[in-house]
Unconditional design. Sequence first.
Length: 333
Amino acid sequence: MNVFELTRALVDIESITDNEERMGDALFGHLQELAGQYGGHAELIPVEPGRNNVFAGWGEPTVTLSTHMDTVPPFFPSREDGQHIWGRGACDTKGIIASMIFAVRELLAAGRTNLALLFVVGEERNSAGALAAAKSPRGSKFLINGEPTENKLALGSKGALRLELVASGRMAHSAYPELGESAIEKLLDALGEMRRVALPVDSILGASTLNIGTISGGRAPNVIPDHAQAEVFIRLVDSGDATLAAMKQAVNGKVEVREALRIPALHLGSLPGFETTVVSYTTDIPALGESWGQPYLIGPGSIHVAHTTEERIPKAQILEAVQIYKRMVQQLL
């Protein structure tokens, strides 16, 4: 099986978050074979019932190549043309997994050791696999995390702050609005104030951004609504402390603000000889913390087609990534 065939085989295993068991078993089979061939060991690391991280190591791991095995919905199978492999997870991140496996295979064949592979569940939702892996380190000093960066070494990645806004009101007949209290109007006023907050800017990561992702509420068009809620997602360029405080001050008690998720922004390591970039998305790196070593972020494919019906990965970048990962491991070792 070549690297393109492995990519397609992985894409064709549906592994939407919470349903990664088959993918974990398939990867474990590949890594068991590789471990047996080159004197390493492979293991499943339990996260939740039916959900396992997959690890393989050779020697005493100094460098670990890692990415996630789960995808967003909906699933659709692979196809291939002269330039690309298409399908859910093609670039996020099954082409990356295949590149990492082939890079390690070639390194082992050349006599390299002290390296490892780690594939985790749950990145697309709550980093459950990475959080579990952080509690079970293997002594690695460097972590090469794979996400679509078009094979450019990311100098930083934005963080994430997800807020849930809950507004309460009092029902009344819409013909007599003065008898009620509209939760929807409170929510809209609060959202308007949040949009006017000046968000932080970082010299490397750029500007923070705010997205109002969901709004719900009300009971009927002729009823003053007693409940409304929204979800807001902010891409952070710092820890998020100041942004959260500013948002709470902006709403001024009109709605309840609940912090659902916070991942700080990251400034990442660089290496000589690699083209660099900055990415606006978040990764598993903060959840892994320092337990798996100093982090680097790089991988084939474009984030602009991830999570879309046009998801694909250039074949040329898959091949290039194999060599990039080999070169990074060699430099770090």
